[in-house]
Ligand binder design. Structure first.
Ligand SMILES: *Cc1c(COP(=O)(O)O)cnc(C)c1O
Length: 393
């Protein structure tokens, strides 16, 4: 006997669960890319993309994944030989810094480890030490998908402002967009990077870069720009094809249209943030309860520094076995640990995108059953704690 038959649930931090409506929106013949419905539909995406980033500024769409969106941001931001400051709080911060460096940008890294957010005071010290004000941009990951730490973007902005340093602030929101509160304009973010396959509930293949007027102005002469990556024609296109530097990603755009309708116009962005927070709370409560009687704990001790969309959990020695059990016996696939000291000890639970209470409670129940079946020592009451969190009791 096996209990995994039924609809599988991929609870990894991207690609996230996609609504059937989003998938169905792609099920159509190839549209004309020179005239007709596609053109008007594409125009309708931009106001909604601004809404999810909370900005009145500009957005460029790329055919590519998150790494492509990084490349887009990097090439527009920098010239060869420029300096950047990377605030590293997990594997994704490291990867972004490495990608910038490969382009010939000099990158100063401040590494805050794997279980704490970036400390604004240390950034301020580093900026003050840059007396010639050479650092052109500070790179920050809002929620690092590996450590699952959430950085305080507004506090980082204040540190920048407090020193009077003119560096731009660029933020990777790929894991947090649509899941965690984020305010591009209110928080003074100059450049923001996103992708389709996480909180935006759309298949992997679209990357986004939002940029302020200040960033547009300061980056006008960046010499790493190439015709393909240049954000200017994409954001200020005179002709349709310029928005994608060639053929549009037609079916992805129809999918995104449906996803943004659901997120922005039906559920509402703030309600989606609140839903993700509540689901995250259930996961945190369950893990805390397991930890009362075993070698199990959340990576991030401070709830204020945890992302709403994914949770990194230490399950001493049992993480791989539990992941295997949950997938084979319960039809739920949990995320592997990433960028931690030992892969066998860590896993990640995603609660990102088109996910509701029964899915998160189901994943936690499957984990409880797996821990039991595998004889892993743990505290009692995890499911009780999770249901209390869901109930808001
Ligand atoms: C997923 C993710 C990326 C990378 O996206 P890909 O689509 O895998 O290239 C980068 N940064 C963060 C924060 C992410 O969550």
């Amino acid at each position: 006997m096996n209990l995994s038959q039924g609809r599988p649930y991929l609870a990894i931090p991207g690609p996230s669960v996609m609504p059937d409506r989003v998938l169905a929106a792609m099920h159509r013949p190839a549209p004309d890319i020179y005239a007709g419905a596609l053109i008007d539909m594409t125009a309708s995406l931009y106001p909604d993309l601004r809404a999810v980033a909370r900005t009145a500024h500009h957005v460029a769409i790329y055919i590519g994944n998150g790494h492509a969106a990084w490349e887009a941001a990097n090439t527009n931001l920098f010239s060869r030989g420029d300096r950047a400051m990377a605030l590293v709080t997990g594997q994704f911060g490291t990867s972004w810094a490495n990608a910038v460096e490969r382009l010939g940008v000099r990158v100063d890294r401040i590494d805050f480890g794997r279980n704490a957010p970036a400390d604004p005071a240390r950034l301020a010290d580093a900026l003050r030490a840059d007396v010639r004000q050479e650092i052109k941009a500070v790179l920050l990951t809002h929620v690092d998908t590996a450590s699952t730490v959430k950085n305080d973007v507004a506090a980082i902005r204040s540190a920048l402002d407090g020193t009077g340093h003119p560096a731009l602030l660029a933020v990777d929101c790929i894991a947090s967009l649509g899941c965690d509160p984020f305010e591009m304009d209110l928080w003074g973010v100059d450049v923001m990077v996103g992708a389709s396959q996480k909180g935006l509930m759309t298949p992997p293949g679209l990357g986004f870069v939002w940029f302020s007027d200040r960033a547009a102005e300061r980056c006008r002469a960046s010499d790493l720009r190439t015709p393909y990556w240049d954000w200017t024609p994409r954001a200020f296109a005179d002709e349709y094809w310029q928005q994608f530097c060639g053929t549009a990603p037609t079916h992805h755009l129809f999918a995104l249209r449906e996803a943004l309708t659901m997120l922005v116009h039906e559920e509402g962005l703030e309600a989606a943030w609140a839903r993700h927070r509540r689901l995250a709370g259930a996961v945190w409560a369950a893990v805390d309860a397991w930890g009362q009687g075993g070698d199990i704990r959340l990576n991030i001790a401070d709830p204020a520094a945890r992302g709403n969309s994914v949770t990194s959990v230490r399950l001493g020695g049992a993480a791989e076995r539990l992941r295997a059990w949950c997938e084979a016996q319960a039809g739920v696939t949990l995320g592997i640990g990433l960028g931690m000291e030992s892969a066998v000890d860590w896993l990640r639970i995603a609660h990102m995108g088109h996910v509701n209470a029964h899915m998160t409670l189901g994943a936690l129940s499957a984990m409880e059953a797996g821990l039991r079946a595998l004889g892993v020592p743990r505290g009692d009451g995890a499911l009780n704690a999770a249901t209390e969190a869901i109930a808001g009791a």
